[in-house]
Design a protein around this ligand. Structure first.
Ligand SMILES: NC(=O)C1=CN([C@@H]2O[C@H](COP(=O)(O)OP(=O)(O)OC[C@H]3O[C@@H](n4cnc5c(N)ncnc54)[C@H](OP(=O)(O)O)[C@@H]3O)[C@@H](O)[C@H]2O)C=CC1
Ligand SMILES: CC(C)(CO)C(=O)C(=O)O
Length: 325
């Protein structure tokens, strides 16, 4: 199989090492220090002090690889437009593009999903439609990542906790290709589940991080402190209830209450969200994929979102001030 990781950071590297260990030859599109490190040292995964190192064929230019059977995209959302500009040579009619990213993706309303707004292009995540054009939705298989990884350095991934992937066709169908993909991912040792409607899993994960992440970026606080403040926790619940109603209107029933979900987030303890880590490292934030898009879906479905708007306004002001949005 021809497999390419586009975005060999924490998550792309974690999946990539698994695939290589399962016997797959791995292509990687990378740049800068990551490209240099991968060409020199291969790709490494650290679990505690144990290092697993695999060789990879790392290139700067997708043209050098040609059409792949599987492309795993695992970049931060603000980098996706740049990937879309260059990914063309990797994608043929039968290429599977597995999108291992947080937030609402550009293909969210594809595959007949979304009720009355099915097929609508989400301007918050694909303003000009360039991503959908470059990565046709028929090639896409959606993915939710339930794992925590970071980078010790370029090409060196550290796995912290969690070992799960949920994957599914935007249409929800258990096609032969998605079943084959599940088997491939299982062969890497990652607990992989086939979802009957991956958009529901995407939304459910988002329900947890669309609030805590921007609030952590605003305040610099860890999740325990955020959840420990009654007023902040109440505000988070109010935003979540707006998202819950939007979900209901596009066919996603969330049976949990915000408090049920807070109990899960509290278990993380003094955790720095990925957005707080991005702010501290001076990286662009995934605000549009996590929050702006929810506001857009609110408008499209006729749900008023005053609390989401307040969150978005404050978070974008702060991150603009920092030059990260
Ligand atoms: N890390 C985690 O624990 C989790 C992350 N996620 C989600 O997974 C996604 C990926 O996150 P994560 O792996 O943490 O991000 P990282 O920043 O660790 O990795 C992204 C990688 O993509 C590379 N990249 C970006 N743009 C390009 C480009 N144009 N060409 C080549 N390489 C490129 C970056 O390279 P460079 O350094 O050169 O910019 C970097 O190596 C995000 O949506 C995140 O929210 C979800 C669950 C958990
Ligand atoms: C905070 C957490 C773990 C869940 O809300 C998360 O998804 C993130 O850090 O991006």
């Amino acid at each position: 199989m021809k497999i390419c990781i586009y975005g060999a950071g924490a998550i792309g590297g974690w999946i990539g090492v698994g695939l290589a260990q399962a016997g797959q030859r791995l292509n990687v599109v990378a740049r800068g220090a990551t490209l240099d490190a991968l060409q020199r040292d291969g790709l490494s995964l650290m679990r505690g002090d144990v290092r697993t190192r695999v060789p990879v064929n790392a290139v700067a230019d997708p043209e050098a690889l040609g059409v792949q059977d599987l492309v795993v995209i695992a970049v931060k959302a603000p980098a996706l437009a740049g990937v879309a500009e260059r990914i063309g040579p990797l994608i043929g009619p039968d290429t599977i593009v597995l999108v291992a990213m947080n937030g609402v993706p550009w293909w969210f309303l594809e595959g007949g999903f979304g009720g009355e707004i099915t097929g609508h292009r989400l301007a918050a995540v694909d303003p000009e439609g360039a991503i959908a054009k470059a990565i046709p939705s028929r090639n896409v298989i959606g993915c939710v990542v339930h794992a925590s990884c970071s980078l010790d350095g370029p090409g060196v991934v550290r796995h912290h906790f969690g070992n799960g992937l949920i994957v599914g066709e935007p249409s929800g169908q258990a096609t032969p290709r998605v079943q084959k993909l599940v088997e491939l991912l299982k062969s890497t040792g990652i607990d992989t589940t086939l979802s009957p409607q991956i958009q529901k899993d995407v939304w459910f994960k988002l329900w947890g991080n669309m609030t805590v992440n921007p609030i952590s970026a605003l305040t610099g606080a860890t999740t325990d402190l955020i959840m420990g403040d009654d007023y902040v926790r109440g505000f988070i619940s109010a935003v979540m209830l707006e998202a819950k109603e939007i979900g209901r209107r596009i066919g996603i029933e969330i049976t949990q209450s915000p408090e049920d979900r807070h109990a899960v987030t509290m278990k993380l303890g003094a955790f720095k969200t990925s957005m707080l880590q991005d702010v501290e490292a001076g990286r662009s934030v995934e605000l549009d994929a996590l929050v702006t898009v929810v506001r857009e879906l609110g408008e499209l479905t006729g749900v008023a979102t005053p609390f989401t708007d307040a969150l978005l306004g404050l978070a974008r002001l702060r991150t603009r001030q920092l030059g990260l949005y």
